[in-house]
Design a binder for this molecule. Structure first.
Ligand SMILES: [Fe+2]
Length: 389
């Protein structure tokens, strides 16, 4: 039965509100209307200013108001409905992971003509929302100009400067220092897995496609691979989600487009929170020696192999030959990218521009655009990506 009167329980540590709802002493005091709200940004209150043995010593109802006396002498006057709304909002933020739609071969990705992507427009929202839900989107008809890369990136947020600079111009080099600068194919992978926080939402902008028919882009949904593996072999999934392996990038001498570096990040392939996939970090060429306990090595390799096998399975591979002026905008902490090889690019034609924006910036902008256009999903908890340990 719904209580008609507010009462105190657990030796003053819990309040049962008239009309329903139980509230903890510290939570309630933290929500006291005498303090600036948590959203105000002006709050100087610290929970450390409360005694650890704080209790509620008295309560009375006055219409919609609930008056609480505290053991430290403070008196709070709450609006009961406001307290319940704050609790419900908090529960919603915590409890609803943002939806995802996984993809495989034959996928028809959300596609946006560049001319319609005006900053602040509903199409701007839809592009960012598509990347959050589908993992990647295509942008077509970009102007025939190097500057188009950064104009597109501006819709996401601030470009993160990496070891390759602000924008990495990938052209075929006679002496490649990354596989990307050769004409060889690349298995689908995450970029920069050796960073504690790898690249976020990245753009691969095709300025000039290779001559011939090669150089097709391959995009694999790491979430689909992981979920299928979880269904088929939950033990393998758990190993990939709990055992960290090293990813490294080591270069003892600087090259044209990068410093000498010795980057090492230990991280699991799958980042999982409360059973929900948050991110994927997978790049076979960048893994170091698996420094695992002897009794784990064989099982771990089998799990890693099962994941790698799916990444190479054409059923998981969306493949598309980017045309001049097309770009893929993808979540590098979920979606893996690679390419097929292409004929020797003697004319130096092939030119891809790559840059990245941190994911939290993109998700922040997406929330603002949802507010602006009154779109659903505002309260969802965004996937926070891959985590190093
Ligand atoms: Fe890459």
């Amino acid at each position: 039965m719904t209580p008609t009167r507010s009462t105190i329980h657990d030796d003053g540590r819990t309040l049962a509100l008239a009309g329903g709802g139980h509230f903890n002493r510290f939570w309630l005091r933290d929500a006291c209307p005498s303090l600036p709200t948590k959203e105000s940004g002006l709050r100087t209150f610290s929970v450390a200013s409360l005694p650890a043995d704080l209790t509620m010593t008295g309560v009375s109802d006055d219409g919609d108001a609930v008056i609480v006396q505290w053991s430290d002498g403070h008196v709070s006057t709450f609006d009961a409905d406001t307290v319940r709304r704050i609790a419900a909002d908090a529960a919603e933020h915590r409890g609803t992971p943002a939806p995802v739609r996984t993809f495989g071969a034959g996928h028809e990705p959300p596609t946006f003509p560049a001319a319609r992507l005006v900053a602040g427009s509903s199409e701007h929202h839809d592009l960012l929302d598509a990347v959050a839900i589908d993992g990647f989107a295509l942008v077509t008809d970009l102007p025939d100009d190097d500057g188009a890369t950064e104009i597109l990136a501006d819709l996401l947020g601030r470009i993160r400067e990496t070891d390759y600079g602000r924008v990495f111009d990938i052209v075929t080099e006679p002496e490649a220092w990354t596989l990307s600068q050769s004409n060889k194919g690349q298995d689908a992978h995450s970029d920069d897995p050796f960073r504690y926080t790898p690249s976020g939402i990245s753009i691969l902008h095709c300025r000039r496609a290779a001559a011939g028919t090669g150089g097709r882009s391959i995009v694999v949904d790491g979430f689909r691979v992981a979920e299928d593996l979880r269904a088929e072999d939950p033990t393998a999934f758990d190993l990939l989600a709990t055992v960290a392996i090293p990813y490294i990038r080591r270069r003892t001498e600087a090259v044209d487009q990068g410093d000498d570096v010795d980057m090492i990040a230990h991280a699991p392939v799958l980042s999982v929170v409360d059973g929900e996939l948050m991110g994927v970090r997978f790049h076979e060429r960048s893994t170091g020696v698996f420094d695992l306990p002897a009794d784990l090595v064989d099982d771990y390799y089998l799990a890693f192999r099962a994941f790698a096998d799916k990444v190479r399975d054409p059923a998981y591979q969306f493949d598309h030959r980017l045309a001049d002026g097309e770009a893929i905008v993808f979540d590098n902490q979920r979606v893996l990218h690679g390419r097929t090889g292409y004929e020797t690019d003697t004319g130096g034609r092939r030119h891809i521009r790559l840059c990245t924006v941190d994911r939290d910036q993109v998700h922040s902008r997406l929330r603002r655009l949802k507010d602006l256009h009154d779109r659903p999903g505002r309260a969802s908890r965004m996937r926070s990506g891959t985590m190093a340990v």
